[in-house]
Ligand binder design. Sequence first.
Ligand code: ZN
Length: 253
Amino acid sequence: MRRRTGAPGGRAGRVTAAALAPVAAVAAAHIVPAATWLPRFRVRCFPRLAGTGRPDHIALTFDDGPDPVCTPHFLDELDRLAVHATFFVLGERVARHPELTRHIAQRGHELAVHGWTHSRPWLPTPGRDLRETARAAGVLYDTTGRRPYWYRPPYGILTSGRWAAARRVGLRPVLWTAWGRDWTPDATPASVRTTVLADLRGGGTVLLHDSDHASSPGSWRVTLAALPVLIGICHDRGWTVGPLAEHGLDRRP
Ligand SMILES: [Zn+2]
């Protein structure tokens, strides 16, 4: 008996390819905007998205809090250094720690949306993206009385669904121009500082983490220890350090 194999060039293959084409198109539309994750590509091609601001200023940003174990140490150290920052927080953690969230704002820092949970967006889920982004912005407003303006997706992976959700909720996506790779298990204060400074120019936005929620356990201590020298070097270079709100980015969505 002859086997009917459905080889790629046959009718079955054509049907399969035709059936998969819309899936591939959806997948591409979902993930291609996430190429903005590539830092140097982003800085060159999407300076607004990268957070390139006024050249005499560095925006200091922390992701993944609020965390009752770690975040208070950052608030104390930033007080000591007389610097304010932007904290990209997770909605479910804001809901769990409303007092700490209010405390961040009361100490003069800016709060922004990092999503509801720290999820990876491998599959398109536009409904969920919108629901969760709106929920995260809503809990921040309910907790602090201030509407957040900035959005940075978990892992910096800005899919088309997350992009659209942020815009619908009235948030502006901002990624970063320099990071410290402070989430890795072998990070040291010196490595964080060197890694940040390798890509940092005036007008840059620095990504660090005030929690080890999605990082190597205890890595926040390395980040904390890196801050004084890093900020000192910024000052030596004539840059002021502050939150995104003071970074000279225009407020167009
Ligand atoms: Zn994160």
